[in-house]
Design a protein around this ligand. Structure first.
Ligand SMILES: O=P(O)(O)OC[C@@H](O)[C@@H](O)c1c[nH]c2ccccc12
Length: 269
């Protein structure tokens, strides 16, 4: 059994419990439910964007505790001030230490920045939660969904005006999962079996992603040189968590990366 299998088994139990505790009608009455969603895709693709999707991540199965001190409102506001195009907020508690309250706090603190609900989505109920908590975009992980489920969930997400980031690890997942109701395609550089990261995965897959989607490279990124390589290969965006969260000042770490990336880009033109 892989870690992903364990997470999904746990997630099925969690979704059943949540559905009992909070019926759909209650989600629909929450203040953010009727909110107009922001476009994560435009935010990463716009001309002046840094392309950075900055993640609030307390812990992970591969790294254990990364940061158990950071305050979500303060950290995410710092990320935005430092140039994050989009925020990614983990809401999985058992494995990543995130909570629904984190997402709601990030929403209130950053009314003008698109927010990704980072979780393991297997059921329409979780899309309704994402909407109710104030998310603009949801993650669908190809490795744990059939092509039919990806198609169905992405259509349901669009019905709620949520955008969709489809995450793939290899050619096979990419080819079987692509459907029109996807906005961004993310290539995860982390091998979920070994936990090692390699940007070769991104560089290999980028040419196979149709240009109709924004292209995001995910995981294991921490330096401007690598971002520049990925940018030149065709990526619009970079999903980065640990490199920021492991420092005492995540926003400052982001600002430093942005200035190095810009400097390198200017010099190379
Ligand atoms: O912390 P990193 O190595 O910068 O990675 C961020 C992000 O890509 C990673 O957290 C992630 C990618 N896909 C996921 C799916 C679920 C949970 C987490 C993830």
């Amino acid at each position: 059994m892989t870690i992903l299998d364990r997470i999904i088994a746990q997630k099925r139990i969690e979704v059943a419990q949540r559905r009992e505790a909070t019926p759909i009608t209650a989600l629909e009455q929450m203040p953010h439910f009727m909110r107009h969603c922001l476009s994560a895709r435009d935010a990463v693709q716009s001309f002046r964007s840094t392309g950075i999707i900055a993640e609030f991540k307390r812990q992970s199965p591969s790294k254990g505790i990364i940061n158990d001190r950071a305050d979500v409102a303060e950290t995410t506001q710092g990320y935005v001030r430092s140039g994050a195009a989009v925020l990614s907020i983990l809401t999985d508690e058992p494995f990543f230490g995130g909570t629904p309250a984190d997402l709601q706090a990030a929403r209130i603190a950053n009314p003008e920045t698109p927010i990704l609900r980072k979780d393991f989505i297997i059921d329409r109920y979780q899309l309704l939660e994402a909407k109710a908590w104030g998310a603009d975009v949801v993650l669908l992980i190809a490795a744990c969904l059939t092509p039919e489920e990806v198609a169905e969930l992405s259509m349901q997400a669009h019905d709620l005006s949520l955008q969709v980031l489809l995450e793939v690890h290899d050619e096979e997942e990419l080819e079987r999962s692509i459907t029109p109701n996807i906005d961004l395609v993310g290539v995860n550089n982390r091998n979920l079996k070994t936990f090692t990261t390699s940007i070769d995965t991104s560089l290999r897959l980028v040419e196979r992603i149709p240009d109709t989607f924004a292209k995001i490279s995910e995981s294991g990124l921490h330096d401007a040189e690598t971002m520049r390589t990925l940018f030149r290969a065709g990526f619009d965006g970079f999903l980065i968590g640990e490199a920021f969260m492991k420092t005492d000042d995540p926003a400052q770490a982001l600002a430093k990366l942005v200035s190095e990336f810009n400097l390198n880009n200017t010099l190379s033109i």
